[in-house]
Design a protein around this ligand. Structure first.
Ligand code: CP
Length: 307
């Protein structure tokens, strides 16, 4: 049974295929409106979410299917001590596919070994968030027309920001990538990402604390929030939370066609005054996420012989 736990579970060819499917869904939504008739998605969210859970649910409804699930651990039998493995064995009896978010790194992988339906990792702790990366990839493709020869700046909490880890993994497979890692000292990209991905693949990268200095070279600026829920103490969070705030003044240093991305939710790190800048793409990412989740669920349900 195939599950998607990491973005690297999908080959570059499969990413292309998902992007083509998503673009076809955008162009011809009617062709897809009944393809999952009678099928059920379970959304098992042990951690808060707005976009990921609701876009998975909207995606399944737009494919003609149905949705069941829970949006907090406290309303499931996890609150009584049930294991992740037993939970997904149970839910496999009710649903054709499962999207799971969990605060513990590796929980969706454990789930995929116990489930008898495909599991999609909808975010595990500070580790990975592959379907956010699908949203990010479609956005980059639609805005820049290519994945090659891009200089991508990622800014903010690069330690706990799981979307950044998945994005670096995904982009590492395309030619001409340069990464600019912009963060406070304490929130640098984990060394395993540098060693196992960027160094291993020979990707040029620079690390800096200076957003304004890095800006002129960037084709993509990917902002992230400081992940309060992953900090061990509130003092450190309060000291670091406003390390970077993107303002119209700072955007003057950027290329005229640089795009600004953010997985959202935003706290303070992008001024709302940027929202009307044509380079702001973060709400396009939200919509693109729904189409890519539709494409991914279609692919996994077909491979599992369920549609
Ligand atoms: N980008 C993202 O994962 O948003 P949510 O936490 O709202 O799902």
């Amino acid at each position: 049974m195939r599950s998607i736990i990491d973005i690297l579970d999908l080959s570059v060819e499969e990413l292309d295929e998902l992007i083509q499917t998503a673009q076809d869904i955008i162009a011809h939504p009617d062709r897809y409106s009944e393809v999952c008739h009678g099928k059920k998605l379970a959304t098992l969210f042990f951690e808060p979410s707005t976009r990921t859970r609701l876009s998975f649910e909207a995606a399944m409804y737009e494919l003609g299917g149905n949705v069941l699930g829970f949006s907090e651990a406290q309303s499931s039998s996890a609150a009584k001590g049930e294991s992740v493995a037993d939970t997904v064995k149970t839910v496999s009896c009710y649903a054709d596919i499962i999207a799971m978010r969990h605060p513990k790194e590796g929980a969706p992988l454990v789930a995929s070994r116990a489930a008898s339906v495909p599991i999609i990792n909808a975010g595990d702790g500070g580790h990975n968030h592959p379907t956010q990366t699908l949203a990010d990839l479609l956005t980059i493709y639609r805005e820049k027309g290519t994945f090659e020869n891009l200089t991508i700046g990622v800014c903010g909490d690069l330690k706990f920001g799981r979307t950044v880890h998945s994005l670096i993994n995904a982009m590492s497979r395309y030619k001409g990538l340069k990464m600019v890692l912009i963060s406070p000292e304490e929130l640098k990209v984990p060394s395993y990402v540098k060693k196992d991905v960027m160094k291993k693949q020979g990707i040029p990268y620079e690390q800096t604390t200076d957003l304004e200095g890095a800006m002129p070279q960037l084709d993509v600026l990917y902002m992230t929030r400081v992940q309060r829920e992953r900090f061990f103490n509130e003092e450190d969070y309060l000291r670091l939370k406003d390390s970077y705030i993107l303002t119209p003044e700072k955007m003057k240093n950027a290329k005229s066609d640089m795009i600004v991305m953010h997985p959202l939710p935003r706290v303070n790190e992008i001024s709302v005054a940027i929202d009307d800048d044509p380079r702001a793409c973060y709400f396009k990412q939200v919509l693109n996420g729904k189409y890519m989740r539709m494409a991914l669920m279609l692919k996994l349900l077909k491979e599992a012989g369920r549609i």
